[in-house]
Design a protein around this ligand. Structure first.
Ligand code: GAR
Length: 193
């Protein structure tokens, strides 16, 4: 089967730790003719990540790296990425913090999606914290990754109203649905498309 990976598309790796719904939406986006990216590698720190199934479904190579030794894991990841001539990295629910050294290797070439309106609620448990603080709005953010957690330059955000009845779970679901739209939009913006 011919792949929709045109020669001009920028080769990307997507990093996941869990369900991989953002990965799925990025794969579907990458297959569009006018998408600037192709996804050629899926990386996970978790061999049980449900999202790894999308590698099989869409015939994209999967690699799991054992984070018991982060330094070794990252070294192997860097060589895998460079061997595959990958130029761009999308973190999509990747729950490990990349080292400064790793980030320096791909300076300005790593994006992340985060489930809050950054700079508010960096880190974990964002939805519960937003609700507990009585926020009226939350949302999601796509940003460049720099050496400080969830602090790189913001590319795009989507604001979502928190209703009085929202729980962390219902809010997460609403925001996740928006993440699936926001990430492709942000990638188009990065590549001026
Ligand atoms: C998404 O909500 C993403 O924003 C979040 O994890 C979820 C992954 O869902 N990422 C972070 O919290 C990163 N700190 P998915 O595996 O279904 O894409």
């Amino acid at each position: 089967m011919a792949q929709s990976t045109g020669p001009k598309k920028i080769k990307c790796a997507v990093f996941i730790s869990g369900t991989g719904t953002n990965l799925k939406s990025l794969i579907q986006f990458s297959k569009k003719k006018n998408s600037p990216i192709s996804i050629n590698l899926i990386i996970s720190d978790n061999s049980k990540a449900k999202g790894l199934k999308f590698g099989k479904i869409y015939k994209i190579s999967n690699k799991v790296f054992n984070y018991k030794n982060k330094i070794i894991a990252e070294k192997k990841m860097i060589s895998e990425i460079k061997n595959k001539n990958i130029k761009f990295i999308c973190l999509a629910g990747f729950m490990k913090i990349l080292s400064k050294k790793f980030i320096r290797n791909f300076d300005g070439k790593i994006l992340n999606i985060h489930p809050s309106l950054l700079p508010k609620y960096k880190g974990l448990n964002t939805h519960q914290r937003a609700i507990s603080n009585g926020e009226k709005y939350s949302g999601c953010t796509v940003h460049f990754v720099n050496s400080k957690l969830d602090s790189g330059k913001i590319i795009l955000q989507k604001k979502i109203k928190i209703s009085k009845r929202d729980t962390a779970k219902s809010l997460a679901k609403k925001i996740l649905a928006q993440e699936h739209k926001l990430y492709p939009k942000a990638i188009r913006k990065v590549f001026n498309l």
